[in-house]
Design a protein around this ligand. Structure first.
Ligand SMILES: Nc1nc2c(c(=O)[nH]1)N[C@H]1C(S)=C(S)[C@@H](COP(=O)(O)O)O[C@H]1N2
Ligand SMILES: [Mo]
Length: 349
């Protein structure tokens, strides 16, 4: 018998989206979707193979029901995918002994890709999905052909795959190579981002200048600093730690603040217009007169959610009549977060 897993179903730091929601993240469409789709297996294989969509559909199909965990902190339970097991394709092509990595490449404007170790791809039972929830995979969800990597953050699952390449050394994917996403991506170990890209000396200079505009400051550590009037327009601040900071009048317009930590920060009059706040933590922050117009808030939190069984609200953010936050912007939040924000804002209406 298999040992009972003691891992909780919901990985740490994740929240469930409403059952009818499945956000679209990253690229929205492939290139030339009308051109016939084929899937090629190449690189370190005995025999390069190409499958038309028809040919793929006629291979033995496997169905799996999986939980999706996005690095921006939203999860979705029980999505059913149907398709061909990667291991079956590997068997047909014959994987050479020196093939250590597998890269999935999309037909998309930036040649989007993501990679895995071959051993991990086999252990995780990667699926080349053609259907979801009983329907052909919709184009905006990566159809007609998408790699699905169970038990990893969803950025490992590449939409519109047209080439699978076996390699002897790793070739980092788009998110992993360009934007600091973690290459392992295990949600139960919270492998979201590589560590900070800014050393202590540079951080000190930046704090003194209070000018971060348009700079790449992934994972910068700034907890408990006085940063009022900070200029951070257009800055790349994914996973930055601003917890406990004073950020009165700070300008974060159009900044990328995905997974940034603003826990207990004073954000009075801060400007987040057009910013990406997906997965950002704003619990306990002061949002008096803060401006969220045109923000993306998938997976963001404004209060603690203790657990599904005991939905206790704590460390709620503070709003004012001047806080700019439309329902259209926050309707993407998880149900608990949505209700919290709506209840707080209703006090001023
Ligand atoms: N081709 C392609 N695949 C991609 C991405 C992308 O930008 N391009 N983004 C990844 C990320 S970061 C996530 S979270 C998921 C989102 O999938 P969804 O839009 O179906 O929810 O796709 C992954 N696969
Ligand atoms: Mo993502």
């Amino acid at each position: 018998m298999m040992a009972e897993s003691t891992e909780p179903r919901l990985p740490p730091g994740q929240h469930l989206v409403a059952a009818d929601k499945w956000p679209t993240i990253g690229e929205k469409l492939p290139l030339e979707s009308d051109r016939p789709w084929t899937l090629t297996l190449g690189g370190l294989v005995e025999q390069e193979l190409s499958f038309s969509l028809d040919e793929l559909q006629n291979l033995p199909m496997t169905e799996m029901t999986l939980d999706i965990h996005c690095v921006t902190r939203w999860s979705k339970y029980d999505v059913t995918f149907r398709g061909v097991l990667l291991s079956d394709l590997f068997e047909k092509a014959g994987v050479k002994n020196d093939a250590q990595f597998v890269s999935f490449v999309a037909r998309s404007a930036r040649n989007h890709s993501s990679s895995l170790r071959v051993v991990d791809a086999m252990e995780l039972q990667v699926l080349i999905a053609l259907e979801s929830n009983g329907q052909p995979l919709p184009i905006e969800k990566g159809g007609p052909i998408r790699s699905i990597v169970p038990r990893r953050y969803f950025y490992k699952s590449v939409k519109w795959v047209e080439r699978i390449e076996l390699l002897d050394t790793d070739r980092l994917g788009y998110w992993e190579g360009e934007t600091g996403y973690h290459n392992e991506a295990d949600p139960w170990q919270e492998q979201r981002f590589i560590s900070q890209s800014v050393d202590k000396k540079r951080a000190k200079q930046l704090i003194e200048s209070r000018d971060f505009s348009n700079q790449d400051l992934l994972s910068i550590e700034l907890a408990n600093h006085e940063l009022s009037n900070l200029k951070a327009q257009g800055a790349l601040l994914r996973n930055a730690n601003f917890s406990g900071c004073t950020l009165v009048d700070a300008d974060f317009s159009s900044a990328n603040l995905s997974n940034a930590n603003f826990k207990d920060a004073d954000l009075t009059n801060a400007n987040f217009s057009g910013a990406d706040l997906e997965g950002a933590d704003l619990a306990g922050s002061n949002l008096t007169a803060a401006n969220f117009s045109g923000c993306s808030l998938f997976g963001s939190t404004f209060c603690r959610e203790s657990s599904d069984l005991d939905p206790q609200i704590s460390e709620g953010a503070i709003f004012s009549a001047e806080t700019v936050l439309d329902e259209k912007t926050y309707e993407v939040l998880t149900p608990t977060q949505f209700n919290f924000v709506q209840t707080q804002l209703a006090k001023f209406r």
